[in-house]
Design a protein around this ligand. Sequence first.
Ligand code: ZN
Length: 51
Amino acid sequence: MREVICPACGALTEGESDDELYRATREHTLDAHAYDIPREHVLAAAVEAHL
Ligand SMILES: [Zn+2]
């Protein structure tokens, strides 16, 4: 499981795979910030989830 913390609002998105993480994060940035985040940015910001 990997996760991304939104730099704009601190929301956490997560996914088991790169695709899942990208979809969850993009859905958040579109909904909350009207921002279509590039896949590379999501993967560059991804960290291992420890929970
Ligand atoms: Zn956000």
